[in-house]
Design a protein around this ligand. Structure first.
Ligand code: PAF
Length: 284
């Protein structure tokens, strides 16, 4: 397994792979790898000649009061895990090589970036779109792999890939959950024992809402009300950023569920912000 730290070097390697006719699968990560990330790595390995995993805690997608400094970092553990998976290349740039002095460009996807998490994390999706665009230009992947837990991130990425004519397949992989349903996330490590137990309310709430929709309830506001009630009953939940029913394409709130719907939640337990979602189809 090769570790590459310099974007230009990675770019040279990527060009060489393209000339040799090799396909490349890229799994972009911020490290602190868990089974969710590893499921993306396994899928990338199955579908490509070469698998590249990038590890970069991207400062420009964190707000000034968010957890950039404290975000979990475990380079040694990550390298070991990726070695065991048989990854070909880890691309691990430093902040200065990604954002040199006078860096002044950003990629912004309008409207959908302002919905849901975008309303509570201004600039977050601009940061994500910018870094993922850079990673795509450096690694030049055939396919790139993302987890469904970050539903809005995927909608944003698919939109700029289409708008900017990037020839890359975006592959969405299922959310990997703990046994009690909590979606795996690097941020789960912030939770103490009581908070970790309380966090199971998120999956329970999504499941309950999904059963309502499947049973034929089409009133989005009713489903939203049930979701809010369930979450408010959990005393460890300190803030609900949003919980409700959304159009999976536009991310607009749905008052009437006609077909596919996205059930989505973002809340805080203590200071830890957690997100999760579930796609559901009316009556099915
Ligand atoms: O999902 C993440 O871990 C990050 O947002 C990503 C896609 C690696 C960009 O920094």
């Amino acid at each position: 397994m090769e570790v590459i730290r310099i974007p230009r070097v990675m770019q040279g390697t990527s060009k060489g792979l393209i000339i040799k006719g090799k396909s490349t699968g890229l799994v972009p990560t911020m490290g602190a790898l868990h089974e969710g990330h590893l499921s993306l790595v396994r899928r990338a390995k199955e579908e490509n000649d070469i698998t590249v995993v990038s590890i970069f805690v991207n400062p420009i997608q964190f707000g000034p009061t968010e957890d950039f400094e404290s975000y979990p970092r475990d380079i040694e553990g990550d390298t070991e895990k990726l070695g065991k998976e048989g990854v070909d290349i880890i691309f691990m740039p430093d902040i200065h090589s990604m954002y040199p002095e006078k860096f002044s460009t950003s990629v912004e996807v309008q409207k959908i970036s302002e919905r849901l998490c975008g309303a509570f994390r201004p600039g977050h999706f601009r940061g994500v779109a910018t870094v993922v665009t850079k990673l795509f230009h450096v690694v030049k992947p055939t396919r790139s792999y993302f987890g469904a837990k970050d539903f809005q991130q995927i909608v944003v990425i698919k939109q700029f890939v289409k708008d900017l004519d990037m020839d890359i397949d975006i592959i969405v992989c299922p959310t990997i959950r703990e046994k009690d349903g909590l979606a795996m996330s690097s941020r789960n490590t912030y939770l103490n024992k009581e908070q970790r137990q309380a966090a199971t309310v998120i999956y329970r709430c999504l499941k309950e809402a999904s059963d309502l929709v499947k049973s034929g309830i089409i009133d989005g506001n009713h489903v939203k009300g049930v979701m809010q009630d369930t979450l408010l009953k959990e005393p460890e939940v300190s803030v609900i950023d949003y919980a409700g029913v959304y159009d999976p394409l536009t991310l607009d709130e749905l008052s009437e569920i006609k077909g596919d719907a996205l059930l989505a939640i973002a809340l805080k337990i203590g200071n830890t912000r957690l997100i999760d979602n579930m796609l559901v189809t009316k009556g099915r």
